[in-house]
Design a protein around this ligand. Structure first.
Ligand code: GLN
Length: 560
């Protein structure tokens, strides 16, 4: 008989954004390190049906799966920490649940019965959980928001019912809570935790484990207090203090005995976890041997810090692969427009320039100037999605002589839209909408830089964009020296570009950051950071030359 899946339900208390997603991902990593087959799901109680349309500033990055689902960024944590591929089954919202229930009702599936939150909405939640869990030893189910939010109630009710249905040895509850430090009295306070667990108890959920997020580890006296007031065993009160690198968290949890407690409660017998990959990763982040690289990330300032989680992590993975430390300098492209690229980027010591994905025309001219600066000075350049489009526009204007070249997104009325909406894309668009979403194959040009980096001829990467390189201009651009190093198998879409006369200038129409993990750093990020290191070393050794000839900008080139 096939083994049935065991469930770990994770709730959060006191405040949001305390790292429930990260905690879930690390639990998954620990259980995988014990040889178990683990998956994870994120249940979002908000009403939106489509997380893809939510503002990244309000809600953080939109994470894209192979099957083209636009999901919560926690799925990115799951993929980075675990060897699992997420799909549209791994994330759903209240809006999606209601959409199904209402569609069922319209079809007459409920045979005229009264449709209610219990059982119809909770049944649909449980059905979706089972669907996502199918085939795994363990399914982690993270409930978004905090206990006590009105919209979380059906989800809490559904997981309460599920434990009753599958039995206590097949499902446990873990509550992640905040233990704040009050500086004035110099002590940690457990009262918010007590209150949030009490709230949980009110819904019929008794947590098996309480994970305490705090600035520093809390001592055994406080653990005892939480145990007593929250009705959890003392060894099930787990410390989750702030850590230097998030990749340390699996090790912290293991030393707190969290995975031991989980397998005991779920009655699973495994060997001890193999944590050597995590030890190695942490060592290279904490004690890098090759110094530091500084990457300038150019974009709209407000979006830069919060909405590029996968990207900043992928850069970190590239640094891990090169055994160096990483510093990211955020550059506001509108600032470049207001002043000059020299004063904004040139005034800083940077080893590479990256233009990430983005939407809208604001700041685009500043980004184009940054791409030109990287091209001319032979600074390693990595353009991701919008960053490829920017590089193509810059090349079209300043090398191929296509005056006023731009994107339909920036100016739909302009004459030379080198980035445009392609008919062939409309044909392959799977969702009926206008975005190309999810995994698409790409064929690499033999001998190109990207071919060397990937080490294979055909790859698959995830997309999330509307516009493409306009094929009308392709010949003109390639004649002028642009290399289309990656194309769709039928050659109808440009997926990657590079420049021959530059040490490392790569643009990709997809989002490689979604497929990078600390255990498997993505080849493009590995290559980009390595190029930044070479640039840094050459700059350091030729510093004198650079400054003495600063009147001629081309002589600043040090990467060739
Ligand atoms: N705005 C561009 C497009 O829609 C790029 C999107 C992106 O960078 N993800 O094509």
């Amino acid at each position: 008989m096939a083994r049935s899946t065991k469930f770990i339900f994770i709730t959060g208390g006191v405040v949001s954004s305390i790292g429930k997603g990260l905690s879930s991902a690390c639990i998954g990593a620990l259980l995988e390190a014990r040889g178990l087959k683990v998956t994870a799901m994120k249940l979002d109680p908000y009403i939106n049906v489509d997380p893809g349309t939510m503002s990244p500033i309000q809600h953080g990055e939109v994470f894209v799966t192979d099957d083209g689902a636009e999901t919560d960024l926690d799925l990115g944590h799951y993929e980075r920490f675990m060897n699992v591929t997420m799909s549209k089954l791994n994330n759903f919202t209240t809006g999606q649940v209601y959409e199904t229930v209402i569609a069922n009702e319209r079809r007459g599936d409920y045979l005229g019965g009264t449709v209610q939150v219990i059982p119809h909405v909770t049944d649909e939640i449980k059905r979706r959980i089972r669907e996502g869990a199918n085939g795994f030893d363990i399914c982690l189910v993270e409930i978004g928001g905090t206990v006590g939010d009105i919209e979380s109630l059906p989800f809490l009710e559904a997981i309460r019912q599920m434990r009753l249905e599958v039995g206590p040895q097949n499902a446990i509850f873990i509550h992640v809570t905040l233990v704040p430090y009050i500086a004035a009295s110099q002590e940690f306070k457990t009262k918010p935790t007590q209150h949030s667990v009490k709230e949980l108890l009110g819904f019929g959920i008794v947590p098996n484990v309480v994970i305490c997020r705090s600035e520093e580890p809390i001592d055994s006296k406080l653990k005892k207090k939480i145990s007593l007031f929250c009705n959890v065993a003392e060894n099930c009160v787990i410390n989750a203090p702030d850590v230097g690198t998030i990749y340390e968290l699996p090790l912290v949890f293991e030393s707190e005995g969290l995975d031991d407690r989980i397998v005991e409660s779920l009655n699973i017998w495994t060997g001890s976890p193999n944590l050597s990959p995590w030890n190695k990763i942490v060592k290279s982040v904490v004690e890098p041997k090759r110094g530091k690289v500084t990457i300038a990330m150019v974009g709209k300032y407000v979006e830069l810090v919060e909405s590029y989680k996968s990207l900043t992590e992928a850069l970190q993975h590239g640094a891990i692969a090169n055994d160096c430390a990483l510093e990211i300098v955020y550059i506001d492209s509108e600032e470049i427009e207001k002043t000059s690229v020299e004063s904004v980027i040139g005034s800083q010591t940077i080893d590479a320039i990256l233009i990430p994905g983005g939407f809208g025309s604001r700041g685009s001219e500043g980004k184009i100037l940054a791409a030109k600066y990287a091209r001319e000075r032979k600074i390693p350049y990595f353009g991701i999605c919008l960053g490829l489009q920017i590089a193509v526009i810059e090349f079209a204007r300043n090398v191929a002589g296509i005056e006023g070249a731009t994107s339909t997104e920036f100016n739909p009325d302009s004459e030379h839209k080198v980035i445009d909406f392609m008919e062939s894309q409309r044909a392959v668009s799977r969702k009926g909408g206008s975005m190309r979403l999810g995994a698409y194959p790409c064929v690499l040009q033999p001998g190109s830089l990207v071919h060397k980096l990937y080490g294979s001829k055909e790859i698959s990467e995830r997309h999330r964009h509307r516009y493409e390189v306009n094929n009308t201009y392709r010949k003109q651009l390639t004649d002028a020296g642009l290399v289309t190093s990656g194309v769709s198998p039928d050659d109808s879409l440009v997926e990657m570009i590079e420049l021959k006369s530059h040490p490392w200038f790569v643009g990709v129409q997809f989002h490689p950051e979604f497929k990078s993990s600390p255990k498997n750093p993505h080849p493009l990020f590995k290559g980009f950071i390595s190029a930044a290191l070479s640039f840094r070393d050459k700059r350091n050794s030729s510093e004198k030359v650079t400054y003495s000839q600063s009147s001629d900008p081309t002589s600043l080139a040090v990467g060739q």
